[in-house]
Design a protein around this ligand. Sequence first.
Ligand SMILES: Cc1ncc(COP(=O)(O)O)c(C=O)c1O
Length: 445
Amino acid sequence: MTAKKSTSASGLSARRGGTKNKSRAFKPASSAASAKSKVKSAAKSSAGSAVSRTKSAGSVLPAEPLNVYSAILEHLEADNRFRQIPEIDSEATNQKKPNVDLLSNDYLGLGQEADSYREEFLERFPDAQFTSSASRLLSRRNKYHNQLEAYLEQLYGRPALLFNSGYHANVGIIQALAVPGTMFIADKLVHASAIDGLRLSEADFKRFPHNSISKLRRILTENYDDYERFIVVVESIYSMDGDISPLKELVKLKKEFPKVILYVDEAHAFGVRGLRGLGMAEELGIIDDIDIIVGTLGKAAASAGAFAVCSPMMKDYLINSARSFIFSTAISPAQAAWSLLMVEKLVGMNDRRERLKEISREFVDQMERRNNMETPSSTQIVPWIIGDAGEAVLISKYLRACGFDAMAIRKPTVPAGSERIRFSLNALLSDKEITRLVGAIGKYH
Ligand SMILES: Cc1ncc(COP(=O)(O)O)c(C=O)c1O
């Protein structure tokens, strides 16, 4: 299989005529049809056809064991869902100037500036090793992990436990909480890591329509007598729609239904919202009302890893039962120390948080005024819903040719029919860049 080449802007306009829908607008993913993966059926039919081929040839030889995987890849390619790691390095593309990065979740721009903190880091943490060589429970190199947890505890006023990534945190915590008598109720749009945690734990779970408190209430009412606890799983800022969860209403609901445990993933709000960047829980003054807050360190915090904020008892429980915490080598002391430095920096960056809000509002405003497009977003994540995987890929290439790197997001990341371009804004974007981006989108639209 050969790698696909970028389509030039002119080549693109020739191809796009047939698929473009003029009345298309930014639409919420929740309104889209639900996705059904054809990949498994491709695998099945490929295995089936391989068997029948060998049978019809009068042979009982089994199919080549690896054929099924190449068949799946071919199916993904035919369905415009073949993923590739982007080549955006300006050296690789021979560009004079790198494209404006609207792919990464470097919301405060800290990642772009990481080099400027290198000396401070080396001076302050000269002994930080590059490997933990064991899980936290076995490692002797916990000094900076402990310091980072202590600093997070000081900020949130409750204990924090580090995980190797947000993925590890969601999978590990959800699995640990899934004891008998528990039902999980998750928003329809929660991240794949939460879904994987639910699947792995074989827990009873239901999904409620995106941000619908009334539907959530109905699920609780209908099942309330059958379970001892209900763990409601939401994100504070949704990673693909860029809208905000009704957290205050959820806290009210928790008071109405005392069996509810509230689990909030703040991956896209940590660093970005709240006076000190502690997320929507800080902004809304409800940190103490949420049982478990997950924050990630690989997005606005320009590092890697994640943490859970919870009660002292829950911290002990997770240390003793979260398999992704127990059975995985810890992030390195150097990574923990770097996270500590970055979290310290982001706490004081309220001016950037304000600037990011301003840019996000401006971008959405201009998209509405100049391009007549609506969006579910009220944050720094702004989706342009296309509704077709092939066209989303073409638009992403078109934008790249215009100097902007923005990702085409397809199923299974978002439901079929809600394929989109995801614009991930950051506080260092200039007004000019925003205006230029809106202009480029307008030309296509
Ligand atoms: C809402 C949400 N939670 C968790 C994660 C996983 O975090 P990490 O990248 O640290 O594994 C992501 C990643 O994009 C996310 O969007």
